[in-house]
Design a protein around this ligand. Structure first.
Ligand SMILES: [Mn+2]
Length: 311
């Protein structure tokens, strides 16, 4: 905190801004260090947020957009950084080791932020469930928590969890998540065998297929209703909102009194959820942001080139 407030004080003494004429006594909240304070490095101005949430980075897989993620992490500065699960993909690493240098850079970048005063909270997901055995511990400044509550600048209480707890497929039949449709096809065949055996013991017909089909259908419906289920759980716990990941779909949606936030992923969409100094929440599409920045740069270069055309 001391580190983050210092630049603001310097800004007020060195560079008078219209805001500095506001009587300090009129301020209801402490000044936000990232609103108009100078960047920590003059050549690399970082985007400042109160809170940043990222999840489903799936480090240890080829699917992780590591370059984009590292670029994002090096471009931001925040008071609190939430890692909302599926950060390191233990499932894939168990199948085959894949860990390029870039993935190390990402881990190093996060640890550096923790060292520099950012509060880093890691809420494990299902792909990094091994970390769930270590909740409550601190790894190099990274706090591991099963789930937690974040209070926004405007006083709203947000429940933070990965979200797999509400995923029917994962929760009710873990093997189904691994096997998928093949398991279902196999079980339809199993239905024939089961009833042949039942007949041998003079037992009435019982449809294993119908029983499982109903279960699978329920699971599919459960996933499609994921957002509503998570929001309802947050409401039951008295939270004003919930932040999760897991389904790789960034979203801000209102369900009654509860706001559902999903920070997306870094496998498909390259998105993060951020909280501004006033508590305003926003989804950042880093891929789109980079595209816009590149187009802007091209336009600037073209403009400069036009200005230098000899008459
Ligand atoms: Mn997940």
């Amino acid at each position: 905190m001391a580190r983050t407030q210092r630049p603001e004080t310097e800004a007020r003494t060195k560079r008078p801004s219209p805001k500095s004429f506001v009587k300090p006594a009129l301020r209801t909240s402490p000044p936000s260090w990232f609103d108009d304070g100078p960047a920590p490095e003059p050549h690399h101005r970082r985007l400042g947020f109160r809170t940043v949430w990222i999840s489903d980075t799936h480090l240890g897989t080829k699917g992780c957009n590591a370059e984009m993620l590292l670029d994002f992490l090096q471009s931001i500065e925040c008071e609190t950084l939430f890692l909302v699960g599926d950060i390191i993909d233990g499932w894939q690493l168990r199948k085959g080791w894949y860990w390029p240098a870039r993935h190390n850079d990402i881990v190093r970048c996060i640890l550096k932020q923790a060292r520099n005063g950012t509060r880093v909270i890691y809420v494990p997901g299902n792909h990094d469930e091994a970390f769930r055995d270590y909740v409550g511990l601190d790894f190099g400044g990274v706090e591991l928590l099963a789930e937690t509550i974040h209070v926004t600048a405007d006083g709203r209480r947000l429940l933070i969890l990965h979200g797999d707890q509400f995923d029917g497929v994962v929760m009710y039949a873990k093997w189904l998540a691994f096997l998928g449709d093949h398991a279902y096809t196999l079980l339809l065949k199993g239905n024939v065998v089961v009833n042949r055996v039942r007949r041998m013991f003079n037992l009435p017909y019982w449809s294993l297929a119908a029983h499982l089909k109903k279960k699978v259908k329920n699971a599919v419906a459960f996933i499609s209703d994921f957002e509503e289920v998570v929001a309802r759980a947050a409401a039951e716990r008295g939270a004003d909102g919930v932040v999760c990941g897991h389904i790789h779909s960034a979203e801000i949606r209102q369900f009654g009194d509860v706001t559902y936030y999903n920070d997306g992923d870094w496998v498909e969409s390259c998105t993060a959820l951020v909280e501004h100094g006033d508590g305003r929440m926003e989804i950042i599409d880093w891929a789109a942001h980079k595209r816009a920045a590149t187009l802007d740069q091209i336009a600037q270069t073209a403009k400069a080139a036009c200005l230098h055309v000899p008459a």
